[in-house]
Design a protein around this ligand. Structure first.
Ligand SMILES: [Zn+2]
Length: 417
């Protein structure tokens, strides 16, 4: 099989151009889903697709889709996202989309006759300005009516209104759903967003699993009382119960010894919030990440019982509520092997590793054989203006993605190319 390469200069130029949409004067990018900056970036991307004769379309969820090859039949999907967190960097998501675009352009220029289509997709609202992974979940049909109806932004603005302002109708969201038969594989190139590849001097990471996330809310109702006159034994202190529950939840996790699991209590609210009042109310958000679903369940049980017993000890009433989450997902062993073989053939140093961040790929992994490729992030920094990867890494990752697509196509062509 003759080897082809992508056009590295064109890849880097387009990445650079994309980073101008929503760029802040002080550095970093503000490009939340359905914002004017994100819509502008989507239109620019669609225009690049049209220039390359990839028949760009934007679906009912705001996903931007380009396609090369036959109009009918299943397609190899290459996806990621172009929305950013507030003050985000130029590569998270953007790399995967521009790399996909570049792969399709290079395929088209190689004159390959495609029996199977290849698509590049920029998914809407991966970062969850309104609803995390809205676009890929709409496409894979996993959104529930309740979460769509209640989805809102940080300022309380509703998803429905944000979509309407950007020219979309939330009632048509279901039209973005696709059949399993319209997809044959899913591929995503992404920056690692962690320090592992850089610290080990590796070119490529091949993802074997994507961590699941569980966000739950614990509300403790005690009794607000005078801090001086209420004896310690007579308090129903919601703050104390919260503190104990949190410590015990961490202790429980330590005992389980699941190294890749995480618990974070990043949002804690104590009321009434005065130094001389016993807290009558506490609200704590817990975020659990794990790679295996059974670990996830056990850790959540551990957090639940830490809150149950702390609440009982301090006679406070506990309300538990599951808020949101993504189940852990695994990449196809066959895809891991294929990408590994490509790294060997192209002489790139690689490792197989889990992803601690969630990605659009999670939603496709249970439907079609899916693969994810990581490249090193400098200092492991992401979701930050300083997010950076060496241009050489970006080109290497895109070439590995390109070769993966070519070999998948060669399989569907019966290896005739
Ligand atoms: Zn991302």
């Amino acid at each position: 099989m003759r080897s082809w390469h992508i056009n590295g200069e064109r890849l880097l130029d387009d990445l650079n151009h994309l980073s101008s949409f929503g760029a802040r004067p002080e550095g970093g990018i503000d490009r939340p889903a359905f914002s004017p900056a994100c819509s502008e970036a989507s239109r620019w991307l669609a225009e690049r697709m049209r220039e390359a004769s990839l028949g760009a379309r934007i679906d009912a969820a705001g996903n931007v889709i380009g396609r090369l090859g036959p109009d009918d039949g299943s397609a190899i999907l290459i996806g990621s996202h172009i929305d950013t967190v507030p003050g985000g960097g130029p590569l998270d998501g953007s790399l995967g989309v521009i790399a996909g675009l570049e792969c399709l352009r290079s395929l088209s220029e190689s004159g390959a006759n495609l029996d199977r289509a290849v698509e590049v997709i920029a998914f809407s609202d991966e970062e969850g300005a309104y609803l995390s992974m809205l676009g890929s979940r709409a496409m894979t049909g996993t959104l529930t009516e309740t979460e769509v109806d209640t989805a809102h932004g940080r300022k309380g603005d509703r998803l429905a209104d944000a979509m309407a302002t950007a020219g979309f109708d939330i009632r048509k969201l279901h039209q973005a759903e696709r059949t399993r038969q319209s997809m044959s594989n899913y591929l995503e190139l992404h920056i690692e967003q962690g320090p592992v590849l850089e610290s080990r001097g590796l070119d490529v990471g091949i993802v074997d699993s994507i961590i699941g996330i569980d966000v739950s809310e614990y509300v403790l109702h005690g009794q607000a009382r005078h801090a001086g006159t209420t004896p310690m034994g007579e308090r129903r202190d919601a703050g104390r119960a919260a503190a104990e529950a949190i410590v015990h939840a961490f202790d429980d996790l330590d005992l389980r010894a699941v190294p890749e699991a995480r618990i974070t209590f990043g949002d804690i609210e104590i009321k009434p919030g005065a130094s001389n009042v016993v807290p009558g109310h506490a609200r704590i958000l817990s975020e659990i990440r794990a790679i295996r679903i059974q670990d996830m369940r056990q850790i959540r049980n551990g957090v639940d019982s830490a809150f149950d017993s702390a609440a009982a000890r301090h006679t406070v009433r506990l309300e538990k509520r599951y808020l949101s989450g993504d189940v852990p997902s695994v990449m196809a062993p066959d895809m891991i092997d294929l990408i590994g073989q490509i790294c060997i053939d192209l002489d790139h140093k690689f490792m197989v590793m889990p992803s601690g961040a969630s990605h659009d790929a999670s939603n496709f992994a249970s439907l079609v054989p899916s693969g994810m490729i990581f490249v090193a992030s400098r200092g492991g920094v992401s979701h930050h203006p300083d997010e950076y990867s060496e241009p050489k890494s970006l080109v290497t990752g895109t070439n590995v993605l390109f070769e993966t697509v070519r070999r998948l196509l060669a399989r569907s062509n019966g290896g005739s190319r």
